[in-house]
Every structure is written in structure tokens, then in C-alpha cells.
Unconditional design. Sequence first.
Length: 173
Amino acid sequence: MEAEALMVVIREPRTRPTGALRPAVRGGGRWQAWGLAAVELLVAWQAFSGGRGLMTDTWDMPRELLVRTPFDDWVGPGWCLVLLIGLPHLVAGSVTGAASRWPRAELWSIVGGQVAGASLLVWIVVQLVLLRVFFFLQPVAVALGLLEIALARSWRLRRAGASAASSRSPRPG
């Protein structure tokens, strides 16, 4: 009888205390998360600054560049930059930053990083197609978009590897 009771105790899964902040299996990827959050927030800051610069005509951009666009002045493109790049990157960076304290945000952070990076790439392609002007910051934006996608992918793969490793742990028996 005692041997049977001992077997039950050994096979009983280990649980964490109810007040634990982190789940039993954390996906890892701490440096990817912080790197991704930093890039997302940097892009958001640049998009808000750039949008404001376009809306206030700080840069004195020629209106002739807008011929192939639906806009007559730079206010519309400024708002597009803020709403399509700045705001999503701000949200993604905030969620990614919160993922260290809110583990359920990890998946949203990874998806947000990939979507944010892809949106930046699409923004630059549309900009090149419509404006037909090359600016030195466009390759920088492409590099940042690719970096966001790479960091999110690396984080996802590391998280999947950590989950797989913990599920393969040997069990007594």
C-alpha cells in the first residue's frame, strides 16, 4: 500500500504556487524581446517625429512629389505616417515591453513584431513607387523592418524550442 502511495506522489505533476508571476514554461528570448521593443519604439518615435515634420511643413518638401498620390499637400502623408507606422509600432513596442511581466503577451508581441516590420517594408515600397524618389533613410527603414521581423522570428523559434525541451523532460516511472 505504501509503495502505491509513493508512486502517486512521484507521478503527480509539479505545480507552481498560485501567486507565481511566470508560468512553468517560459519561452526564453529575453534579449530578442528587449531588442524588438527597442526597435519598435525607435521606429514609433521616428514616425511621430516625421509625421509632425510633414504636417507642419518643417522640411519644406516639394509638392511636385505628390503628383502620383491622392494628396495636395504633405499633411495627409504625415497623418498616414503617424497612423500607419507610428501608432502600430507604439502599440507593438508597448506590448513587447509588457511581455516580461505579462507572459500571455509573448505571442501578441511576436505577431506584432512581424506585422510591424512588414508594415514598415510595405510603407517604403509604396513610398518608392508613388514618389519615385530615393532618400537615404529608406534603406535604414528597410533594415529596421527586416530587423523587427528577424527578432520576432528568433524569439518565436527560441520560445518553441524551450517549450519542446520542457515537454521532453524525463519522467520517473
